[in-house]
Design a protein around this ligand. Structure first.
Ligand SMILES: [Ca+2]
Ligand SMILES: [Ca+2]
Ligand SMILES: [Ca+2]
Length: 134
């Protein structure tokens, strides 16, 4: 292998090409990324929405403002997060106060990390009726 660093891959995942170019040497790590789902293969299209669990405002990091966003949505009537799956921090298929506290517990009290997809974006591994419009 030559050129660039290769992406880190979670257990059960593969790597897939970011851009497939016929006239380029594709033996470069920077042209590959970890697959979003288990068993990914080069060139495969993802049709399910990708999100980071807990990142309710979609800025790619999970922090206090995401937990506050859930609270504003639930109790103040602010607009729902674009991806409700991201607001389902504990992945129990419901968005409620527990999800805000789950994020706060993780951020500030050393609680358990959020379920996948986290901290990298990916698809929801569990079935639910939450919409994800990202
Ligand atoms: Ca965020
Ligand atoms: Ca939940
Ligand atoms: Ca789910």
């Amino acid at each position: 292998m030559d050129g660039g660093s290769w992406p880190e891959v979670r257990a059960g995942h593969s790597i897939e090409m970011i851009e497939v170019l016929a006239d380029l040497d594709n033996d470069h790590g920077e042209r590959w990324r970890a697959s979003q789902r288990r068993g990914g293969s080069p060139g495969r299209e993802d049709d399910e929405p990708l999100f980071i669990r807990g990142d309710t405002n979609g800025d790619t990091s999970v922090n206090l403002s995401d937990a506050v966003g859930i609270l504003l949505y639930l109790f103040i009537g602010e607009e729902a997060p674009a991806c409700l799956d991201s607001a389902d921090a504990d992945d129990d298929s419901n968005v409620n106060l527990t999800d805000a506290t789950f994020i706060l517990n993780y951020l500030f009290l050393g609680g358990p990390a959020l379920p996948e997809p986290f901290p990298l974006s990916g698809v929801d591994p569990t079935e639910d009726n939450l919409s994800c419009g990202l």
